[in-house]
Design a protein around this ligand. Sequence first.
Ligand code: DX5
Ligand code: ZN
Length: 216
Amino acid sequence: MIAPSILSADFARLAEATESVRGADWLHVDVMDGHFVPNLTIGLPVVEALLATTDIPLDCHLMIDDPDRWAVGYAEAGAYNVTVHVEAAEDPVRIAKDLRSAGAKAGLSVKPDTPLEPYVELLGHYDTLLVMSVEPGFGGQEFIPDVLDKVRLARDHELKVLIEIDGGINLDTIEQAAEAGVDCFVAGSAVYGADDPAKAVERLRARAAREEPRES
Ligand code: DX5
Ligand code: ZN
């Protein structure tokens, strides 16, 4: 699956940005609060506007403090998957329950330096795992290959979560991520920096699929 990140799109033309990637599986929306990360983007009102504009399921990545308070609103609005950061969550089990009760998938994200092992049991409450492959906050950064060990760890534990990777995914890096066992690839600059975003999505999908199927 490919999830274009609208962080790299023109924020004054978001409806066109969703149209331009019509074949995408999910649309990745980076919510940043200027506290958890040193950048400020968009919040719930813009997500609600996007939900009214597109049929592509929204994948909301909340890079915010106090997700215990704010995350459920995105689920109630109709986001398909709502991801919170384990580093910011006070009661991640409660958050997952709230998200699921509100009808969304529950996602948990780890920053590049956050180990996964302590959270393996916690992931039993979650539907998706978002492995950050850059420091959260900005698009267009370089892929950190070491984080693929966490993807392999999740696979080794046979966790039932869908595994996403986010940051620095492009035609050069997507194959190694696919090989490690990633299910869904977030790509910002590689999609919206291309002349034809829809074609960029197709090319990324084809490149990821070229890997041999996993053995498990
Ligand atoms: C970074 C965001 C990413 C970002 C990825 O904090 O979470 O979703 O948009 O952008 P690229 O694909 O350009 O690294
Ligand atoms: Zn993201």
